[in-house]
Design a protein around this ligand. Structure first.
Ligand code: GLV
Ligand code: MN
Ligand code: MN
Ligand code: MN
Length: 434
């Protein structure tokens, strides 16, 4: 095979690496935050879903796709579909990812996948390439779950695994008066197209994303062919104790909610290790929050992950965690605490269908050669995982410097971003000629 798969006319179609990287950093002006150096690109991002900065990035995306001749539509979850016509009618081959970021996110997580879709369309236009079927670039709403606490929520509604009403009702973790629906309305992205694969299907879904972990870098690989994603469950844990004076209350008559929570969190790491799983507490709040008052109430989150395709391991971790928790709550804080567990979301591990994986593999090998391609299971959740139940799906990973992500210093080199975009385009063209 040629280095870059040739299109119908026999022209090599190479993405424009400079234009791609320029666009990545230009669009970071919406939500730039956490500056750590003097170079204009030395910031991270805070572009939480459905905030004003997300709205600005969305409007840019809509305008740019229209300028490229795409037909743009918005569905009931604010997912944006920009479709470029093909020779035949039919469901488009989609390149999807997300524009939202973590509160202390980096410049690549999410938007790289969107911008490389934009670059793919620009490249096809520039070379006058007509695909057999339409191609689309898709922005999925609130992938991160950082503001509205369910990740990949809008692709899950689309795939039929989360009810629309539940997603609309998700409240901003910082302000319960704002819901996904009210914020979609406020920023003008509550669309009328049904958020449903059946009503608005795609033929396949490809996504370029940074790896967000150390595996490719360690293996000196350039392209990860993603074969699936690990499963995860999120929990909300509420611990109730008793507020009391820190100076006059001896240990034997305390009911310290924070001490209890701390022990549960430490135990969750031990249990996860026993099962070769991961456990993380990312949010913790306590009351009343005064130096000389024993905490009466603590709320924390728990994110537990495992790549097993069967949910058995996550079931076992959950069982052990709950058992251990009640033991700790009864005994360890002298007077005991009450603990209330709530499982808030579930994403099962997925295996991507071979039809999508094959295209990415073929494209990766054509661009960087077999030795620099590695098959990999995603540690993070992605919209691709949610839609993989409905259509051929796969992802392209590119290396993350020091394996770092969900951090302002997240970095992927311009060369690697361009390689990823090229592989994405080639995978789409390979699928198009199926
Ligand atoms: C979603 O991005 C997740 O992995 O939490
Ligand atoms: Mn992401
Ligand atoms: Mn992320
Ligand atoms: Mn993610």
């Amino acid at each position: 095979r040629a280095r870059f798969l040739s299109a119908a006319a026999g022209n090599a179609v190479s993405v424009n690496a400079d234009r791609l990287n320029r666009t990545i950093h230009e669009t970071c002006r919406w939500g730039e935050a956490h500056r750590f150096g003097p170079d204009p690109t030395e910031t991270g991002m805070c572009r939480l879903a459905l905030t004003d900065s997300d709205a600005e990035a969305r409007r840019w995306f809509v305008d740019e796709m229209k300028a490229q001749g795409c037909k743009v539509s918005v569905d009931q979850m604010g997912n944006i579909f920009a479709v470029r016509k093909g020779r035949k009618e039919g469901a488009p081959t989609a390149m999807g990812s997300h524009l939202d970021t973590q509160p202390s996110g980096g410049r690549y997580d999410g938007i790289l996948g969107i911008i490389s879709g934009v670059e793919a369309v620009r490249t096809l236009n520039e070379h006058n390439i007509e695909t057999e079927y339409p191609v689309a670039v898709v922005n999925w709403t609130n992938e991160e779950g950082a503001r509205f606490p369910q990740s990949v929520v809008s692709s899950s509604v689309y795939a039929g695994s989360t009810p629309l009403a539940d997603a609309w009702a998700l409240a901003d973790i910082a302000d319960a008066s704002k819901t996904m629906k009210s914020e979609l309305e406020r920023i003008g992205f509550l669309g009328s197209v049904p958020c449903s694969f059946d009503a608005n299907p795609i033929a396949a879904h490809f996504e370029l994303h940074i790896e967000q972990g150390p595996i490719l870098e360690k293996a000196k690989a350039k392209v990860g062919v993603v074969t699936g994603g690990q499963g995860y469950r999120w929990y909300d844990v509420q611990v109730s104790g008793r507020a009391a004076h820190s100076g006059s209350t001896p240990f034997y008559s305390r009911s310290d909610a924070l001490l209890c929570a701390a022990r549960i969190i430490a135990k969750s790491n031990e249990i996860a290790k026993e099962h070769r799983a991961l456990a993380t507490t990312g949010i913790l709040t306590l009351e009343p929050g005064s130096t000389n008052v024993i905490p009466s109430s603590v709320r924390f989150t728990l994110d537990v992950r495992h790549p097993d395709i069967k949910p058995d391991t996550l079931d076992a971790v959950e069982r052990d965690l709950i058992d251990a928790t009640f033991e700790i709550a009864l005994k360890e804080s002298e007077l005991g605490c009450d603990v209330n567990w709530k499982r808030t979301s579930v994403a099962n591990a997925v295996q991507f269908p071979p039809a999508g994986v094959e295209c990415v593999k073929e494209a990766g090998v054509a661009v960087v050669g077999e030795k620099k391609v590695l098959e990999i299971v995603s540690g993070a959740g992605h919209d691709s995982c949610a839609v993989s139940y409905r259509c051929p799906t796969s992802m392209v990973f590119v290396p993350s410097k020091d394996g770092l992500s969900h951090n302002p210093r997240e970095y992927t080199s311009p060369e690697d971003c361009a390689i990823g975009a090229q592989v994405l385009l080639n995978a789409v063209l390979a699928y198009d000629r199926r």
